[in-house]
Write a protein that binds this ligand. Structure first.
Ligand code: RIB
Ligand code: CA
Length: 314
């Protein structure tokens, strides 16, 4: 039985790598892409998602979503990380695939309610669309198979500042709603994604298969490599593909369960605080919410072998 997933995405170079990784994974069925602001505007994210759908044969539906977080406007994008167009500023032809009339929130709700117990939501950008879908149709919480998200940091510092990982910081209120809702959440955060670095040799070995998708990833990853080099990392972090690796081969990750809250304001906005204590507290804001599964460690070699075997197999 294939795992049916909807990827909610702000493509984004590592988003693109995750989407194409999922496309090639035999036991994953990519039901659709829903787009959200984050690395780029939602307009650009939607263009990029349509371009990626073309690359995958044009049959993956794309639904456009939120252009700002739940409780504020947004007009700033980290173009120094993913480029102004979100895909390493490579030249992109106008995609053939057109976004659906249905928006991201309604697409998520419809797909989850039409396929009860089968759909895993895989948000790899800010969690605004997921929070809006949950608010509009709370019943999806009992109808999803699960939520496997890229974001947060339970045991390490953030990547935007010492407190916050980027997806959580982009919409901390949405993130807190996701972690406190009554549904199964798995957090694939910086605890593991900061351990997984693809260097240039590896990227060449895996993506220079001469296929159009291999060539595409080679081209977009140059900008992302330059950004990482500018921060002293000789390779690139594969944040978003880590969620797909978890779906394909969860046993390469070490999981710890605990309740998670997200700071929503102040200098620690976006901080994901997991209750890892085995001792009881008096009444706290971590009471009465379900535990999330958090990836706190990963077998890096197993991850790199898995990604390479799936991507070079095509
Ligand atoms: O912190 C990394 C996350 O923020 C990734 O999803 C990346 O694409 C950006 O959205
Ligand atoms: Ca992303």
């Amino acid at each position: 039985m294939k795992k049916k997933i909807i990827i909610d995405t702000d493509p984004g170079i590592d988003d693109a790598m995750a989407i194409l990784f999922a496309h090639f994974a035999a036991d994953i069925e990519l039901v659709g892409l829903t787009t959200v602001f984050g690395n780029v505007s939602v307009e650009q994210a939607t263009i990029n998602a349509c371009y990626l759908s073309d690359l995958m044969g044009g049959n993956i539906p794309v639904a456009a979503g939120s252009d700002h977080p739940l409780n504020r406007k947004n007009d700033r994008y980290p173009d120094w990380v993913h480029g102004k167009n979100g895909l390493g500023d490579i030249t992109l032809n106008t995609p053939q695939t057109k976004a659906l009339e249905t928006d991201a929130v309604d697409f998520i709700i419809e797909q989850v309610l039409q396929n009860p117990g089968e759909i895993t939501l895989v948000p790899i950008g800010p969690l605004t669309n997921i929070a809006r879908a949950l608010e509009k149709a709370p019943e999806i919480a009992s109808k999803v198979k699960g939520v496997v998200l890229m974001g947060g940091a339970a045991t390490v510092n953030g990547n935007v500042n010492p407190a916050a990982e980027a997806n959580m910081l982009s919409d901390p209120l949405a993130a807190d709603r996701i972690f406190t809702a009554d549904w199964p959440v798995t957090m694939v955060g910086l605890d593991v994604t900061h351990q997984i670095i693809m260097d240039e040799m590896y990227l060449k070995r895996v993506h220079q298969s001469g296929t159009n998708i291999g060539n595409f990833i080679t081209k977009i990853s140059q900008f992302y490599l330059e950004f990482h080099r500018s921060t002293g990392t000789d390779g690139l972090y594969t944040h978003d593909p880590s969620t797909i690796a978890y779906l394909i081969k969860p046993d390469i990750f070490t999981i710890e369960s605990g309740t998670i809250r997200v700071c929503t304001e102040g200098i620690t906005a976006g901080l994901t605080i997991m209750n890892r204590s085995r001792k009881p507290y008096q009444q706290t804001a971590w009471d009465g919410i379900p535990k999330s599964d958090v990836c706190i460690d990963v077998d890096v070699d197993a991850f790199l072998d898995l990604y390479a075997s799936i991507m070079t197999g095509h």
